[in-house]
Design a binder for this molecule. Structure first.
Ligand code: G
Ligand code: G
Ligand code: NA
Ligand code: MN
Length: 254
């Protein structure tokens, strides 16, 4: 349909913007990172959610150039924030399966970091469990290259995928992100509380970082804090906001 045709031109027409959602250390309430979340500002339809256009972009293969654009601009933005005196935090970028299937992914990312002069340690890549098991050999090789360069890998939506825990041993992963579906009902649903507890302990035992996403209330934040899960992301702290709002709120006040 029509929106699909528009998607082909959206990049050159400069219709994408990246929003950033802060990640907080609950102990200090300081910002420790931001996640880049893509938005499409369609000329007539208005803001279109990635839940609508990312699947289209994946089907058409457009996710590859779009994803590269996100990586480049998110890294460039972070470099700019560092230069403005923002604390030296990292940026997380979501990757699609299709991007991972490009055999030049590593060199593309390396080139972007070089071009914008951002140190690799400030880049986090978010992958889902399903992505990791799609093509184990290629994935492992690429992840090892990325890790050796200094880039960190986070597992997004942890606990919702179709994978075994064994891959946590084999893949060079630094962070688990507890899926928001568990966090959301943490207080009311003892099963979700138990799953969340277990993910936190799993991360601690494997010496991985753990971050909870979708934190919307103080009660949820306090629960997580009481379990020593300190890193959090969600509407309770911030919605995803534009780069200039991040600058105004966090950079200029620092
Ligand atoms: O903010 P939220 O509505 O932003 O995002 C909806 C979904 O779109 C999430 O699953 C998120 O991971 C995905 N998403 C957001 N930005 C990107 C992106 O740049 N690349 C990919 N592959 N997915 C993204
Ligand atoms: O799939 P991924 O985890 O990348 O998607 C993150 C999605 O979660 C984005 O759509 C983002 O806008 C959304 N999000 C971020 N914080 C919250 C929150 O506190 N509650 C809910 N319901 N969604 C959130
Ligand atoms: Na994500
Ligand atoms: Mn997620």
């Amino acid at each position: 349909i029509k929106i699909e045709n528009d998607l082909y031109k959206a990049l050159e027409k400069n219709e994408f913007i990246i929003y950033y959602q802060p990640q907080i250390d609950y102990r200090t309430k300081e910002i420790v990172g931001v996640e880049a979340l893509l938005r499409w500002n369609h000329p007539t339809e208005g803001m279109i959610s990635p839940e609508v256009f990312i699947p289209l972009a994946e089907e058409t293969g457009l996710i590859v150039p779009i994803g590269e654009w996100v990586l480049r601009n998110a890294c460039k933005q972070m470099k700019e924030w560092h230069q403005l005196g923002f604390p030296k935090i990292g940026v997380s970028v979501n990757l699609s399966v299709r991007q991972f299937e490009q055999n030049d992914l590593f060199s593309v990312i390396k080139k972007i970091l070089g071009d914008v002069e951002l140190e690799p340690k400030y880049l986090y890549l978010e992958l889902t469990e399903n992505q990791l098991i799609k093509n184990k050999e290629v994935t492992l090789q690429t992840l090892e290259q990325l890790k050796n360069l200094g880039i960190s890998i986070a597992i997004d939506d942890f606990g919702t995928g179709y994978s075994s825990l064994g891959y946590l041993k084999n893949f060079p992963i630094s962070t688990l992100k507890i899926d928001k579906s568990f966090v959301m009902d943490l207080i009311e649903d003892s099963d979700d509380a138990a799953i969340t507890d277990t993910i936190i302990i799993l991360a601690q035992n494997l010496k991985l970082n753990v971050i909870a996403e979708g934190v919307e209330t103080k009660e949820q934040a306090e629960f997580l804090f009481s379990r020593d899960c300190f890193y959090m992301q969600g509407y309770f702290f911030n919605r995803p906001i534009s780069a200039s709002e991040i600058t105004a709120k966090y950079v200029l006040t620092n």
